[in-house]
Design a protein around this ligand. Structure first.
Ligand SMILES: NC(=O)c1ccc[n+]([C@@H]2O[C@H](COP(=O)([O-])OP(=O)(O)OC[C@H]3O[C@@H](n4cnc5c(N)ncnc54)[C@H](OP(=O)(O)O)[C@@H]3O)[C@@H](O)[C@H]2O)c1
Length: 394
């Protein structure tokens, strides 16, 4: 059953008509980028959002989180939050386990039907977004794919929610949801943008020491909203995460150079169908693991990392250039050696050949295989040599 009603603009995401903003436009003819992007206004750093009434002071927030993480130190048992998850796929379920573990109540809604799963795990499931909103959760946690986030957010009946509701997200890009929240949500709603830098694979043995990035975009100070925000963040503190407060813009710069590159390498390797061998090195084991981790995430997720992070295009081009540089170094050196070999083998008048020209030098691939390597010279065959010798000998 379809849980979400999409607004008409939803269709735009899949129409290859829109022009790329300058920040995403290809700069090299060789880079094949589909000529469309969704809602480039949301990718623009110049977005003018609704006024931000109040924002946490960093150190104040940290002490609040710690107080919530250790409620017993204050002698009182904190009441759990009611957290409504929107998008109950792979990552939404992974999040729900921790929220329940920490004593919070979890509600969920999604496009697919997860009612049986939820029943088993003590989660309230609502097939309709509207019904979940009527339950007025303290926090709405957006765990949908990056690609579907805008349509889903626009379909949320915000008037059904409490006026001080906090919206949080876990999208792997951050500027995009931040701008989207600021544009769509009523000004009194709180906004926390987060990115747990781990997933069901990398976090399956616990979250201790794993980075959790957050940006308190809009939280009213000295209110219940502030307390709920600290309580929400303390979930990750309690799980042992390394809490990293960082702006969404900075996150996206770092993530393009680290996470997006990692996913890209993993995706490339997956096309090589690598197999385990009896002589795996540690490095190779790491590559096999990387490939496995990468392909366990949906392609939508990977595409979202590319399309919704303004820094990703530059990174993929850097990667492309780096690969070309390495190839040039290899083939350039091979070319030099090959040329030397060719010249040395040519018998000069009165000087015997220093090498047996019937044998292919040991470091070269077979002649037939080299036909595919158009970028460097072919070694001369025996029958070709006299002709060249004659020419050179004249
Ligand atoms: N996987 C990770 O390691 C990881 C780590 C950190 C953050 N994240 C973030 O977590 C979010 C979810 O990631 P994921 O791993 O679960 O995979 P995903 O493929 O990015 O997202 C799957 C979720 O999006 C929903 N969805 C996809 N297309 C939809 C559409 N057209 N309409 C409505 N709902 C749609 C799915 O709903 P249904 O299941 O109901 O179809 C499911 O809940 C993403 O934003 C991702 O960036 C993931």
């Amino acid at each position: 059953m379809a849980a979400f009603q999409f607004c008409p603009c939803a269709q735009q995401v899949h129409q290859p008509k829109l022009l790329l903003p300058p920040s995403l436009a290809p700069t090299r003819a060789s880079t094949k980028i589909p000529m469309f992007t969704p809602h480039n206004n949301l990718l623009s750093a110049k977005f003018s959002g609704k006024p931000i009434p109040a924002k946490f002071n960093g150190s104040h927030l940290k002490s609040q989180i710690r107080a919530c993480a250790n409620p017993d130190s204050k002698g009182s048992k904190e009441e759990g939050l009611r957290i409504g998850i929107v998008g109950f796929g792979n990552f939404g379920q992974f999040m729900a386990k921790a929220l329940i573990r920490q004593g919070h109540s979890v509600l969920a809604t999604s496009r697919s039907d997860y009612s049986q799963y939820c029943e088993k795990h003590g989660i309230e499931y609502y097939s309709k977004m509207e019904e979940m909103c009527e339950q007025q959760p303290d926090v709405v946690l957006v765990c949908t794919s990056i690609l579907s986030a805008e349509n889903i957010l626009r379909s949320i009946p915000v008037h059904k929610l409490k006026p001080d509701t906090i919206f949080a997200d876990v999208l792997s890009v951050k500027q995009f949801p931040k701008n989207l929240f600021l544009e769509i949500l009523p000004p009194e709603f709180g906004i926390i943008c987060t990115h747990p830098m781990f997933g069901p694979e990398s976090g399956k043995n616990g979250w201790s020491g794993l980075p959790f990035v957050y940006d308190n975009v809009r939280i009213a100070q000295g209110t219940e909203q502030e307390k709920s925000c600290a309580k929400f963040l303390s979930i990750f503190e309690n799980e042992g995460c390394r809490m990293v407060e960082m702006s969404c813009e900075e996150h996206d710069r770092h993530a393009a150079g680290s996470q997006f590159i990692t996913h890209t390498i993993g995706r490339i390797l997956s096309h090589l169908d690598l197999e385990s061998t009896p002589i795996n090195t540690r490095g190779y084991e790491t590559l096999l693991q990387l490939t496995e981790n990468t392909v366990s995430d949906s392609f939508d997720l990977y595409y979202g990392l590319f399309m919704y992070n303004v820094n990703a295009t530059e990174q993929i081009e850097n990667l492309d250039r780096a690969f070309e540089t390495v190839k040039q170094k290899l083939f350039g050196r091979l070319h030099d050696i090959l040329r030397k070999q060719i010249i040395e083998r040519v018998p000069h008048q009165g000087v015997p050949s220093i090498r047996d020209t019937t044998k292919t030098p040991y470091f070269l691939p077979k002649r037939e295989e080299m036909r595919d390597l158009s970028s460097f010279a072919m070694p001369p065959q025996k029958e070709e040599l006299p002709q060249k010798t004659e020419v050179l000998g004249r």
